[in-house]
Design a protein around this ligand. Structure first.
Ligand code: AHM
Ligand code: MG
Length: 341
């Protein structure tokens, strides 16, 4: 009964779809001719196709390893490969993207088709983040970052992305969780859309998302504790100490899917850390399609993101698969962690 009431109440309010919202916001951009809007629309289309596969994974034989490795030497899952194909295909057919950088492709992909002749945007993407969760029906995600090419006269090149994350024009993620959401920013706040499968549309559900300044959750793979630098160990000990005034001990929550952990922390407050370790001095996560887009979103929501020394968005990118340690989340928690390094 309660459900029926709430359900009807929701649909008595005007529903705003992602498409409608994007068009409405287009006016915020002085140079906007609808191209970025169409690019975001293309990402949304691929997201729905990937969502369908994620939802039916065990029924359509798309779980398990693809039998191939990506450039990072990680085993590719069938869904990694499928998601990569879907996003590339949607971006190619949309005509607004001239170059794609994907976690699953060693080299950048040029789009030279006639339809993309004047395309201005470059997309860096992790098509399916948290791949180890696919086979066990735990939340996975997609992370994307958008750059505008520096010149339209010359062919898009890596110089267009070999810059700082501050030059992103948009970034977002899709979380394939208990419901599927698309969260994105174009530098004017963060908005979240929930996929309503009954109408096949992402609908605005989380306008103007803001991250709490404090939190009581820390997300880090503590199994690697022995390899962390002293400051990170100190911060973990701090999180585990009892102190009523600061609501400690904090809860430890780590899914193995950056999108899920950061999405939770964005809503509830918290810190996500993937630090450097003795074996991996640059950490694990990739700057172009994991750290930078997440840093852009979290900063836009009032949080911060650092590599332990400088702001993530100030790091100069030199390699498309470059890695970086990351400390990201609620401002007071991240600052506390940084003070201990
Ligand atoms: P992936 O893009 O290959 O899935 O790897 C990225 C993921 C993040 O989502 C997650 O936070 C991290 O790797 C987990 O790594 P670990 O198992 O080392 O904790
Ligand atoms: Mg990833």
């Amino acid at each position: 009964m309660l459900f029926a009431l709430n359900y009807e109440h929701h649909y008595m309010k005007a529903v705003k779809t992602l498409g409608q919202f994007i068009i409405e916001k287009q006016a915020d951009f002085p140079y906007a001719k609808g191209e970025l809007s169409r690019l975001l629309r293309d990402v949304g289309i691929a997201a729905k196709i990937v969502n369908r596969a994620v939802n039916q994974a065990c029924l359509i034989d798309i779980v398990g390893d693809a039998g191939t490795m990506n450039v990072q030497g990680e085993t590719q899952k069938l869904l990694d490969v499928y998601a990569n194909e879907q996003f590339i295909s949607a971006l190619k057919s949309g005509g607004e993207c001239c170059m794609i950088i994907s976690e699953e492709n060693e080299e950048h992909i040029h789009i030279d088709s006639a339809i993309a002749k004047d395309a201005k945007y470059i997309v860096a993407i992790d098509p399916l983040d948290g791949s180890t969760n696919i086979d066990v029906n735990v939340t996975v995600g997609t992370i994307f970052s958008v750059y505008r090419r520096k010149t339209i006269e010359t062919k898009a090149s890596l110089e267009d992305v070999f810059q700082q994350g501050t030059h992103q024009v948009a970034a977002g993620y899709i979380i394939y969780g208990s419901s599927t959401m698309l969260v994105y920013t174009t530098g004017k706040g963060v908005n979240g859309f929930t996929l309503d499968p009954s109408i096949g549309e992402f609908c605005l559900s989380h306008p103007n998302m803001m991250m709490p300044e404090d939190g009581a959750v820390y997300s880090i793979n503590e199994g690697n504790l022995g390899c962390f630098q002293q400051g990170v160990k100190l911060f973990i000990t701090y999180c585990q100490e009892t102190d009523q005034a600061s609501h400690r001990p904090f809860a430890s929550r780590y899914t193995g899917s950056m999108v899920a952990d950061i999405h939770r922390n964005l809503i509830k407050g918290g810190i996500f850390i993937y630090p450097s370790s003795a074996d991996n001095p640059n950490g694990k996560l990739r700057l172009l399609y994991e750290c930078n887009p997440m840093a852009f979103i979290i900063e836009q929501a009032g949080g911060i993101a650092s590599n332990g020394h400088i702001r993530i968005l100030d790091i100069q990118v030199n390699d498309i698969h470059q890695r970086s340690p990351i400390f990201i989340g609620s401002v007071n928690m991240v600052n506390k962690a940084l003070s201990m390094l």
